[in-house]
Design a protein around this ligand. Structure first.
Ligand code: NAP
Ligand code: GDD
Length: 323
């Protein structure tokens, strides 16, 4: 039985990846940090909270990582832990860098020194591109131009991952994932903020949603589809970096229209107010990925469409709120 260690197991992707690997008959270990109220609700939502083995640790504490790696001796390590909210990264740039940047380096160092045969997956991001594009798209050859402390911390981790592969011959892969969402997406992210807000408005529990820049465009996919790509990257002969995306871009306005129309509301703009607090000091205007490399080499393709994804999220929030 293969063993996988997932950092960030309590987050959205950690939960979907754990479920995916359990179904592939892996023994799954999850690194969890000491916080006052530990939250296993994502794992519970997917029905797997009691199927994962938890190990205490924090990405910023190398001693805890050494303990985890030496005890588990994993075949595969998926580094998903992060301060993952871009907006917060301007308010907490040091914490963001400590966790996302230096934390990744500590984990790589630990694997190199204590269990170098482990294959390593790094959760890189389309944020690293900033507003840079090649013929209107971003792919593996598009130059990086990060525009937030979050993106910069992730770029550091990206190059460290490449460097450990090139310097020490370790199996280290970066998944450059574009935005991906689900019913267990954190409520501060715009898709879930909208699905939750629309469900509340429909049920008479709220009257408006306060948002920032409605003109931003993103390439949004389903987290359940994207975790398969993470796993596929570690099943290759050679480690490499892959863009994972749908290739379709939509604006926040389109997102709002689909979500509201799904509950029978056409005049959605009267429920929206613009709050400058939700605008970013430096914005990424549009992201559209090109997934040709992933399609050709990994045989990976997204399954759920944007419209299906948003409807699924609204339905899940309606269900949750009714309970
Ligand atoms: P998420 O829901 O915010 O989950 C983040 C996870 O990291 C949580 O389990 C959190 O644990 C853990 N964590 C935070 N700080 C930690 C620390 N110091 N030590 C150990 N664990 C820590 O994020 P996600 O959406 O699942 O994303 C997973 C990864 O993919 C992240 O690295 C993110 O930056 C990256 N990514 C995400 C997307 C996307 O669209 N979702 C796209 C590209 C890349 P607690 O429960 O203790 O807070
Ligand atoms: N969160 C949020 N809240 N975003 C808003 C709001 C609002 O009220 N109003 C407009 N937006 C816009 C943001 O300015 C941004 O352009 C877009 O909606 C998406 O914001 P988020 O959902 O917060 O995601 P993100 O694109 O900044 O970051 C996510 O995707 C990255 C991959 O591209 C995160 O998951 C990152 O961790 C990930 O790396």
């Amino acid at each position: 039985m293969k063993k996988a260690l997932i950092t960030g197991i309590t987050g959205q992707d950690g939960a979907y990846l754990a479920k995916f690997l359990l179904e592939k008959n892996y023994k799954v270990y999850g690194l969890i940090r000491r916080i006052v109220n530990r939250d296993f609700s994502n794992l519970e939502y997917l029905g797997i909270a009691n199927k994962v083995d938890f190990v205490d640790g924090d990405l910023t504490d190398e001693a805890s990582l050494i303990n985890a790696i030496k005890t588990i001796r994993p075949d595969e390590v998926y580094n998903l832990a992060a301060q993952s909210f871009v907006g917060t990264s301007w308010d907490q740039p040091l914490v963001t860098s400590e966790i996302n940047g230096l934390g990744t380096l500590k984990l790589l160092n630990t694997i190199k020194n204590h269990w170098p045969s482990a294959k390593f997956y790094q959760a890189a991001t389309s944020e690293m591109f900033g507003n840079s594009a090649t013929d209107g798209f971003q792919d593996e050859n598009t130059p990086f131009h990060p525009r937030s402390p979050y993106a910069i911390s992730k770029l550091f981790a990206y190059w460290m991952t490449v460097n450990f592969k090139e310097s020490f011959g370790m199996f280290c892969a970066n998944g450059i994932l574009f935005n991906h969402e689900s019913p267990i997406r954190g409520k501060e992210f715009v898709t879930r903020k909208i699905s939750d807000g629309v469900a509340k408005i429909k049920l008479g529990l709220a009257t408006e949603i306060k948002l920032g820049n409605l003109d931003a465009q993103r390439d949004w996919g389903f987290a359940g589809d994207y975790v398969e790509a993470m796993w596929l990257m570690l099943q290759q002969e050679e480690a490499d970096n892959f863009v994972i995306c749908t290739g379709q871009t939509h604006s926040i306005r389109e997102l709002l229209a689909i979500a509201f129309q799904h509950v029978g509301i056409d005049d959605w703009d009267k429920y929206i107010s613009i709050d400058p607090r939700f605008k970013r000091p430096a914005e990424l205007h549009a992201l559209t990925g090109k997934n040709t490399k992933a399609k050709n080499i990994l045989g990976w393709e997204p399954k759920l469409s944007f419209e299906e994804l948003i409807k699924m999220m609204v339905d899940a929030d309606l269900e949750r709120l009714k309970k």
